[in-house]
Ligand binder design. Structure first.
Ligand SMILES: [Zn+2]
Ligand SMILES: [Zn+2]
Length: 303
């Protein structure tokens, strides 16, 4: 089977980082998954916050909007102005830090009002109103300064929990509840287009909803921790994460049980040390026969 990784930019320290950007899109309908941010709440110089772009032809669908999402998007021609829709898995700050940037940038780069279509779990409407309230000063400044800017930023929120949430431009998306307890609610997404399936799991331990999302997926993107390393960290606040994330072995088992083709390990904790990447992949491959990729920012995989 031909390798379907279109571009792979390894972690800082390996000197092969290339920021030349744009993955091929012209005239193509094949579904691409582009990891815009492979990081976690821990700040890293080479890993933006959680955000994944699913691109089908000219349709850009953004999943989560963590730190620096628009910078990474710029490297592959994704803009807030032209996003078809945003889908949020949950309201942990690392997944939503730059929601305000997406809202503001879409607002000021479109001449006419063009509402941002934003999907998220129950509570996301309130989260959005609070974000807009935070932006109130900026909104006032810009409307007072630009005579042609007579409308406020507009966001159309759809709160969702499970079932079909999108059917347009040849793309269908289903949501299902995931388990990131005590964080409630959380959801993952299953994207279908061109006969292919992509599962964006977000932060979750194995659960029934995740099983449904991953069934027969061509690409499954999963937040992972390396349990043996996290267990050794002499800091309880970090060890706390052990109970609400899949570890690498669990992600591999989920992929195996779901008949997944390509598992993408993402949002790794701890961030892989340069040179340790093969260990992460080997740990997964011990439980899963398919392709295993360790995400770096701008990793691009075709479904
Ligand atoms: Zn989370
Ligand atoms: Zn997270």
């Amino acid at each position: 089977m031909p390798r379907r990784v279109l571009s792979e930019r390894p972690a800082l320290g390996s000197a092969r980082i290339v920021w030349e950007g744009s993955s091929p899109r012209a005239g193509r309908q094949a579904m691409q998954v582009i990891i815009l941010g492979s990081g976690s709440p821990m700040v890293a110089p080479d890993r933006a916050g959680p955000a994944t772009l699913v691109r089908v032809g000219t349709t850009d669908l953004l999943f989560d909007c963590g730190r620096a999402v628009l910078m990474r998007g710029a490297a592959v021609g994704m803009t807030a102005r032209d996003l078809a829709a945003l889908f949020v898995t949950h309201m942990h700050s690392d997944h939503t830090t730059d929601y305000n940037d997406v809202i503001t940038t879409r607002w000021i780069t479109n001449v006419a009002p063009r509402p941002l279509l934003a999907h998220g779990p129950v509570g996301f409407e309130r989260f959005t109103q609070a974000t807009l309230a935070m932006l109130e000063h900026d909104i006032g400044y810009r409307m007072a300064h630009h005579a042609d800017l007579q409308h406020r930023p507009q966001v159309t929120v759809r709160e969702i929990s499970e079932g079909p949430v999108w059917d347009a431009d040849g793309v269908r998306i289903h949501a299902a509840p995931t388990d990131h307890s005590p964080v409630h609610p959380t959801i993952g997404y299953r994207i279908e287009a061109e006969g292919k399936v992509v599962a964006i799991a977000g932060d979750t331990v194995p659960c029934e909803g995740l099983t449904r999302l991953c069934q027969g997926a061509d690409i499954y993107v999963q937040t992972v921790i390396r349990r043996p390393l996290v267990e050794k960290v002499p800091f309880q606040r970090l060890r706390d994460i052990l109970d609400y994330h899949s570890d690498v072995v669990q992600a591999a088992q989920t992929a195996r049980d779901g008949g997944v083709r390509t598992l993408v390990l993402n949002h790794m904790v701890p961030a892989p040390q340069p040179g340790s990447e093969p260990q992460w992949i080997a740990e997964a491959k011990a439980h899963f026969d398919g392709e295993v990729l360790l995400a770096a920012d701008l990793l691009t995989v075709e479904a």
